[in-house]
Design a protein around this ligand. Structure first.
Ligand code: DGT
Ligand code: CA
Ligand code: CA
Ligand code: ZN
Length: 581
């Protein structure tokens, strides 16, 4: 079990104890332990194996026993028992934006509410208004949160779905009877949220049944929906459906292409095949008009790869991320497909947090982690004072941090920590620091963290004002959305992009898997307006730096190339861009 998973469970224990009304110190100990585990720079499995986990500050004897049980067995009896002592609806309720343990506790005790349905009913009947600590506004927000939760109940974050898909794919790839395998569907297309997992496997027909039973018996499978000769459908423990199809090696590229989609892209490609007197389906090409049948006789143009399929149609390979029928077929025909940015093009990043605000790791830990990724620079952008909930820095702490950065930078000749700030855009559009303070940073990220409920016109004006501030290098998480949880604030995104592109202000692609904001659907528009982008992980722990890969997925899906993204530049180029040399 990895660090993140262990930390999640510790956090959840703390929360459940909170609801039970345990004493605050005990609850806090679990939440603290979760933070400590997340921020560990050492390998957790090794710490457990050597027993050194016991000596980590903040982890006492009882906690280290629990962590050891989790890491070595993948389970924790104490947690299972604790969870079982709650009505199951409680966990569902806590998924509602704005409903935490404190509210759940009150709801349980005063209104005896134990399910989301009961909560929704209580809201519509106006019964929450009367409860201490709740009000009309809270009641409205909770109801909106429930609607959103219901709307998205069958959708999953890309990161969550991909992680689950990879555990199955890896198992398949290890099997000698599996000749090729790949994740298809919306995950392969890097959609930010997905409905289910699609996996395609190439194998000899004689081995299909064995492979499908192994799949159905995978430890992450909770329930088998159907298991046939060539396909099985299951529900995984995280609640997502997963379809696995076993096809003949000769059919594999066709099946992979078909099940990668999107449906609209497939329709376009099939129409193109028709113009060449060909019929295309998930098994192969056949002569148009020939009776659709499976089998060698009909498969008139053998293809070993997707590349071959596209070539047969006079196209160059269209990367999966672009297969949304957004002009990619035309661009491929014209030979004008973009050469998409790749993960390995990234040389650093600009929006990360440290213990100076709400991050879990120190400056030195973050910079070492960035160096381990092979990066040349790491821009730190801790919160400013208005973000009090996130331990935002005042002017004094800013000076202290900048001194510490200078000190740590002395250790490096081939790497530089950049002094940034994530400054709050106040309700008026003014920034949280004076120009004099802003001028002390190497660059400035400006973000909205409050007053989400403004009108579209007011919010647009607010952000436009920040865009035009000469100290602002980039705008952070433009819409503030939290995927599947919270819609972004009302905003005229096109107007802001136009202004930002015109004034040379960057709009970041926030790579946190819950944000992926700027949305890929707007990247191409912004690029056409001349926008430069930055891909930022918004990391609050060392492991968060690797989230840039999700941002690269978004950038690729938005047709971006290496040259469109500032953090593909070398340190020297970035220094020049930020006028640091
Ligand atoms: P999702 O799962 O909702 O996030 O999105 P997808 O794109 O993974 O959709 P899914 O799982 O229903 O189907 C996987 C792919 O299979 C889809 O992208 C294209 C292909 N496909 C499914 N149904 C049809 C269809 O009726 N016509 C065509 N042309 N392709 C289809
Ligand atoms: Ca799918
Ligand atoms: Ca599917
Ligand atoms: Zn932020």
């Amino acid at each position: 079990m990895d660090k993140a998973h262990v930390a999640d469970i510790l956090d959840e224990i703390g929360t459940l104890l909170d609801i039970q009304g345990e004493n605050v110190f005990k609850c806090r100990a679990y939440h603290n332990a979760a933070r400590i585990i997340t921020g560990l720079s050492d390998d957790l499995t090794a710490l457990v194996a050597s027993g050194a986990i016991r000596n980590v500050k903040g982890i006492g004897e009882a906690l280290s026993d629990k962590i050891t049980e989790l890491v070595t067995t993948g389970r924790l009896a104490y947690f299972d028992d604790l969870k079982a002592s709650f009505p199951p609806g409680v966990f569902e309720m806590m998924k509602i934006q704005g409903v935490g343990p404190k509210k759940v506790k009150v709801l349980l005790e005063t209104l005896k509410i134990t399910t989301v349905d009961q909560l929704a009913k209580a809201c519509t009947e106006g019964r929450l208004e009367t409860v201490d600590g709740f009000g009309k506004k809270t009641q409205e927000n909770i109801l909106a949160g429930i609607e959103l939760l219901r709307k998205h109940s069958s959708q999953f974050l890309f990161s969550v779905a991909e992680r689950a898909a990879l555990t199955i794919l890896r198992r398949m790839a290890e099997r000698p009877d599996v000749l090729q395998c790949e994740i298809a569907g919306s995950i392969r297309r890097k959609k930010e949220v997905v409905g289910d997992i699609d996996i395609v496997v190439a194998a000899k027909k004689a081995n299909a049944k064995k492979i499908l039973s192994a799949f159905a018996a995978h430890e992450s499978v909770q329930r088998v929906i159907a298991e046939g000769e060539t396909k099985a459908s299951v529900v995984l423990d995280i609640g997502i459906n997963c379809d696995l199809r076993v096809v003949d090696p000769a059919e594999y590229p066709f099946a992979l292409h078909y099940f990668t989609g999107s449906k609209d892209h497939n329709v376009r490609i099939r129409a193109l095949a028709k113009t060449r007197e060909l019929s295309l389906n998930e098994y192969g090409f056949s002569a148009l008009g020939a009776k659709e049948a499976r089998g060698k006789a009909k498969r008139i143009i053998p293809c070993a790869t997707e590349d071959d399929i596209y070539r047969t149609l006079g196209l160059s390979l269209i990367p999966p991320e672009l297969r949304e029928d957004n002009g990619e077929v035309e661009a491929s025909e014209a030979g004008s497909l973009p050469v998409l940015i790749e993960e390995r093009d990234i040389r650093g990043t600009f929006h990360c947090h440290t213990t100076y605000s709400d991050g879990a790791n120190t400056i030195a830990e973050m910079s070492e982690a960035a160096r381990a990724l092979g990066w040349e620079y790491l821009g730190l952008a801790d919160h400013s004072k208005a973000a009090a909930y996130a331990n935002g820095m005042d002017e004094t702490r800013v000076r202290k941090q900048q001194k510490e950065i200078d000190l740590v930078n002395q250790n490096y000749t081939d790497f530089r920590i950049l002094k940034g700030i994530e400054v709050d855009i106040l309700a008026t559009g003014e920034l949280d620091f004076s120009d004099a303070v802003l001028s002390t940073f190497d660059y400035v990220v400006a973000s909205v963290h409050s007053g989400f409920k403004m009108s579209e016109a007011d919010m647009t004006r607010r952000i436009l004002k920040a865009v035009s501030n000469k100290y602002v290098t980039m705008i952070g998480h433009l819409t503030g959305r939290l995927l599947l949880l919270r819609e972004g604030y009302a905003l005229n995104r096109h107007e802001i992009i136009d202004a930002a592109a015109g004034q040379g202000t960057i709009i970041e692609i926030n790579a946190h898997p819950s944000r992926l904001d700027l949305d890929w659907r707007l990247c191409r528009y912004a690029k056409e307006k001349g926008m430069l982008f930055a891909i930022n992980p918004d990391a609050h722990v060392v492991d968060g730096l690797a989230d840039v890969r999700y941002g690269v997925g978004t950038a690729r899906k938005g047709w971006l190339e290496k040259k469109d993204v500032l953090n593909t530049s070398t340190l020297r180029e970035v220094e020049r861009y930020l006028s640091l040399t």
